[in-house]
Each structure stands twice: as structure tokens, then as C-alpha cells.
Design a protein around this ligand. Structure first.
Ligand code: 13P
Length: 285
């Protein structure tokens, strides 16, 4: 089965007011748990590796090959996109595409707008040859991801429009108050700005980073305001860690890996199912 792109998934989701979950992988067991959940829910799914975790997992080619083989072995029928999350450089995005990723995010959000545009356009030009999709970012998602901490910087709508027009990206991550990792108190999402940007961009869908820990009523609002892709990492990791911690604390003589790790996978699967239902992408495959 070929991976689908975000172009195949998100415009329809935006039009019909649901969102596709991007679930980040942290080991190959995450892939299995996420695929199981998506297949059970008959939902399209985006599997993502953040750039920082790629080498830890063995490189782009290994991730691509294992994901493809798992899809085959597990007889997965739902559409699956393989996406690079927060690509550090143009070269890393090209490497991911060369290895078979169907989608990449080039994160030039810390650069001056002109430089972000030039580099994002280079990624888009390359991706076009392989029919891969491209996401880019304006503003700054707060919090910590893979050890890197940033403050929240709300996206400037004009910069969003300039980036989309100049690069023709397929999806825009406009940082509007979300945070990677746990939130301190209720998230302060700029919903009005979200709607304004989404309406102006018409067919270009928005991508919500930091999708863990946002109350359900706010998630529903972000979808109404044009988000067709919602990224979840922390909640899966927390559920996995909590489960394994509990098992090992309560059974200190346990050492058989399947007895320890299988419940961890089940915990990830449960979170993914809940998110798919919340994002309303069940039965959209
Ligand atoms: P969380 O870890 O907060 O769920 O965010 C995931 C994310 O946005 C990945 O880019």
C-alpha cells in the first residue's frame, strides 16, 4: 500500500468539519498501536516522526520500511500518511522524501519571514516531483518538545497569508496559543484569529500543534475554526509511561517484555481511539 499525502486527506476534512489525527511515533510499538486504533475506527491517520527522533529510531529508511511492512502484516486498509514533523533543514526534508515519506513539515518558524519563505519554497519544489505534501509554520508553539523549549508567539495573520501565497504549501501550522507538552492551566487559544486566518486561506487547512491536554470543547472549536489536522504526542506517551510504571511497581518480579510492553501499547491505542472519535474522523476512511 502506498502512503497517502496530506493533500489527499485534509481539504475534505476542512470542508466537512472534522480533523485527522497526527500521532507521533516514539518506538515501532507506537506505529502498531496507532495503526490498530485507526483500523478499528475506520479512520485515515497520519503517522509522524519528529526530526529529533529519527536517528534514535534508526533513520528515515528504516522507519519507512517498517511502517510499510506493518501495514502489510496487519492488513491495514485505512489511508495512512507518513509525515516528518518539525523538519530542521531543507536537506532533512529532502532525505525524508527520498526515503519514501509522503509528507514533510519544514519548520522555519524561528527564521525571518523572507528566509522561511525561501527555504519552504525549496522544500515545496522538491516535494512536488515526488507528489509529497508540505506543511510549514508561522509563530511559535510554546512548551517543550524532544528537549527543546520555546515560548508562545502568536502567528501574525499577514505573515501566514504571505507564506501560503509565496510557497503554495498544503497545510499551515499557525501557532495561536498551543503548547507542546503539558499545559499550565486552561490553554489560551486565539480562536477569533484562527477563524480569520482559516477563512482567508479558504482551501488551505490549518494544523494544530500541541493537541494534548486541550479540553474537548476547545478542540471542537479549533476544528470549527479550520483545523483539519491535530497533532498528539504527549498524551500517548503519558498513558504509556503511567501503565508501564504501574505494572512494574505492582509486579516487581516481572521481566518478560511482552507482559510489560503489551499493556503500554494498549494504553496508546486507547488514547488514539478517543482522539479519533473526538476529532470526528471515525468512518471517514
Ligand atoms: P503534544 O506533545 O503536546 O501532543 O504535541 C504534539 C505535536 O504538536 C507534535 O508536533
Amino acid at each position: 500500500m502506498r502512503f497517502v499525502t496530506l493533500k489527499d486527506l485534509l481539504p475534505e476534512a476542512k470542508k466537512s468539519h472534522y480533523a485527522i489525527g497526527q500521532f507521533n511515533i516514539n518506538s515501532f510499538q507506537w506505529i502498531e498501536a496507532i495503526l490498530r486504533a485507526a483500523e478499528q475506527q475506520k479512520s485515515p491517520v497520519i503517522l509522524a516522526s519528529s526530526d529529533r527522533i529519527v536517528d534514535y529510531l534508526g533513520g528515515f529508511k528504516l522507519i519507512t520500511a517498517i511502517t510499510q511492512k506493518m501495514i502489510e502484516e496487519m492488513k491495514i486498509t485505512v489511508p495512512v500518511a507518513l509525515h516528518l514533523d518539525h523538519g530542521f533543514t531543507v536537506e532533512r526534508c529532502k532525505e525524508a522524501i527520498d526515503a519514501g515519506y509522503s509528507s514533510v513539515m519544514y519548520d522555519g518558524s524561528k527564521l525571518p519571514l523572507e528566509e522561511n519563505i525561501i527555504k519552504t519554497r525549496e522544500v515545496v519544489d522538491y516535494a512536488k516531483k515526488y507528489n509529497a505534501s508540505v506543511e510549514a509554520e508561522i509563530g511559535s508553539v510554546g512548551g517543550t518538545e524532544d528537549g527543546v523549549t520555546s515560548g508562545i508567539k502568536y502567528a501574525d495573520p499577514n505573515e501566514c497569508y504571505q507564506l501560503v501565497e509565496a510557497t503554495n504549501i498544503d497545510v499551515l501550522a499557525a501557532a495561536l496559543g498551543s503548547v507542546h507538552g503539558p499545559y499550565q492551566g486552561e490553554p489560551q487559544l486565539a480562536l477569533d484569529l484562527m477563524k480569520e486566518i482559516s477563512d482567508h486561506l479558504k482551501d488551505t487547512p490549518l494544523s494544530l500543534h500541541g493537541g494534548s491536554g486541550i479540553p474537548e470543547h476547545q478542540i471542537i472549536k479549533t476544528i470549527e475554526c479550520g483545523h483539519a489536522k491535530i497533532n498528539v504526542n504527549t498524551e500517548c506517551n503519558q498513558a504509556w509511561a503511567r501503565t508501564i510504571y504501574e505494572i512494574l511497581t505492582n509486579n516487581q518480579n516481572l521481566y518478560s517484555p511482552p507482559d510489560i510492553l503489551k499493556p503500554g501499547m494498549d494504553a496508546i491505542e486507547k488514547v488514539v481511539i478517543e482522539k479519533i472519535q473526538l476529532f470526528n474522523s471515525s468512518n471517514k476512511a
